[in-house]
Design a protein. Structure first.
Length: 535
């Protein structure tokens, strides 16, 4: 019930926010004669409406924003201890430890309420302290983020919060001797931009994790005025809502970190209902911290992701490799790719926790035939030591076969099957027209089933050498086709899920494959499997 109320609340305010922000943006863009203004606040310095923030109003005064630094440790896991910058008494009585890592979480835009934008920090702190002994700070700047529908003002207030964070961290270092290399800043939405602006002024900051960094007010700024890879020794970014609606988007889509993760392409997340005029972006937006929290849950499997040039190539299954740092886990266990920046990394997830899915790449070679193309649906089931997957359609539905071509497909499943032992294929399609001569049908497409390579790339089977090239004649023996080396299992061709034995194929007079009859001969002449890559 609570989540339903929050969902309605977010949908309504999402619509109002976009509508009002588009109006305010148009007004601001048309006000080319606006005079530059400046607001100075000791000891933070001065803030103006000069570039690169000429598109934003002046920030509010620090006394209005009232930034708070709240600490929890294993000594006080359920109670905040507020540390006041410059107040040694608050520091000495806070349980802060200078010999452990320091994490700082920063919330985003909260409109009129702190629900649920700041509540993720409680789960973040709880799971973090269960993992390790650490100092876990929360930067509470609700006085500057609860600006109603005026996101421009919240974006401007980010600068003051970042300055407060820099002032606090430097004071903390001076008093305790802690190294910024042991600091990890974790920000959501505008909180990511707070972390970026602060990191740019803190030398040798260890790590920043940006969870769907806010675009509004920062998208077109120079690197030193938004989160980017120079703000820490390691900057990892999770993009979950880069969709542009009416020229406006809540978060930055382009890569800005050392590594940039794009779950489900970084746009529409599974389980988020787009029915509310297509604008239920908050569900997509908040998925960033939900995924990050999931990676901190010891009972959830890691979220494996793959380096790829584009989401289209990832969907085509051509990026399923872990060689040369080409795959890594998203979230807490993310790591930098040596000497690289703006590395795009993709993965698929489910719509709820646990979010992990298992990725497989299936490469199929289509042998020469009489017909230019042929359409149908090809289903695959993977068999492993821990069980079988569900039946999965390649290409998400109907695919077109082109002779002499190879196709690679991405296959995902939520079921962990362990070490792969076999594969079952099922083909469903109408027959093409018969030859005029009546002497040679489309069954002559393939004389052999060829398996040039069968390669497993998984931690469980890295010691397995690739098999030799194997050819299979289209037989009518009725037995399953064994295309793996001895001990690896078998590939099975079937017309129904789970079927593993095939007499000769029969064709009905209607020109359609009689699905009551096994498809051994039919299948073996259509398809040759050349490669299967597993996680």
């Amino acid at each position: 019930m609570f989540h339903d109320i929050i969902g309605v609340y977010r949908q309504v305010w999402t619509f109002l926010t976009i509508y009002v922000q588009l109006t305010l943006s148009s007004i601001a863009a048309g006000d080319s004669t606006r005079q530059e203004e400046e607001l100075c606040m000791s000891p933070l310095g001065c803030f103006s409406t000069a570039p690169p923030f000429s598109h934003l109003p002046l920030p509010w005064h620090r006394e209005v924003i009232n930034t708070k630094f709240l600490l929890r440790t294993r000594s006080n896991p359920d109670e905040d201890r507020q540390i006041h910058t410059g107040n040694m008494t608050s520091l000495m009585t806070s349980n802060f430890e200078d010999q452990v890592k320091t994490y700082i979480s920063i919330h985003g835009f909260t409109l009129f309420s702190d629900i649920p934008d700041t509540h993720w920090r409680f789960e973040f702190t709880k799971r973090l302290l269960e993992r390790e002994n650490a100092n876990v700070f929360f930067v509470d700047w609700q006085g500057g983020s609860q600006t109603g529908v005026d996101a421009r003002q919240a974006a401007s207030n980010v600068r003051v919060v970042a300055a407060e964070l820099v002032y606090f961290c430097k004071w903390l270092q001076n008093q305790t001797g802690v190294s910024f290399e042991t600091f990890h800043l974790v920000g959501f939405s505008f909180g990511s931009q707070v972390a970026g602006l602060a990191g740019g002024q803190l030398k040798n900051l260890g790590r920043i994790t940006g969870m769907d960094p806010a675009a509004y007010g920062f998208e077109d700024n120079p690197p030193d005025a938004q989160l980017d890879e120079t703000d820490a020794m390691f900057v990892d970014v999770i993009h979950t809502d880069g969709e542009i609606i009416a020229g406006w988007g809540p978060s930055i889509k382009r890569p800005i970190g050392h590594v940039d993760f794009y779950p489900n392409g970084g746009l529409n997340q599974p389980g988020c209902d787009p029915s509310f005029t297509g604008m239920d972006w908050y569900c997509d937006h908040s998925r960033a911290y939900q995924l990050f929290l999931d990676t901190m849950d010891p009972s959830s499997p890691p979220l494996r992701a793959y380096r790829c040039d584009s989401y289209e190539r990832f969907l085509a299954g051509t990026c399923m490799s872990c060689r040369a740092n080409r795959c890594m886990n998203m979230g807490m266990e993310a790591s930098r790719v040596p000497r690289k920046r703006h590395v795009k990394i993709y993965l698929h997830t489910t719509g709820h926790s646990p979010y992990r899915v298992y990725h497989y790449s299936v490469k199929i070679h289509f042998r020469p035939g009489r017909y230019h193309s042929y359409s149908g649906t090809l289903y695959v089931t993977l068999h492993g030591a821990q069980g079988d997957t569900e039946e999965i359609s390649l290409n998400g539905g109907e695919l077109t076969i082109e002779p002499r071509k190879s196709r690679t497909f991405l296959v995902t499943t939520t079921r962990p099957v362990g070490k792969l032992q076999g594969v079952t294929f099922r083909w469903a399609a109408p027959l093409p027209p018969q030859e005029d001569s009546g002497t040679d049908s489309w069954f002559s497409w393939f004389k052999k089933l060829m398996v040039p390579q069968y390669r497993l790339q998984d931690s469980d089977v890295t010691d397995v050498p690739p098999p030799k090239t194997t050819y299979f004649t289209s037989g009518q023996s009725g037995s399953s086709l064994d295309f793996l080396r001895k001990g690896f299992g078998s590939a099975i061709l079937a017309n129904e899920p789970g079927q593993k034995a095939f007499p000769q194929t029969k064709v009905s007079g209607s020109g359609l494959v009689d699905i009551r009859q096994p498809l051994d001969n039919l299948m073996s002449q259509i398809i040759a499997i050349s490669q299967l890559t597993a996680e």
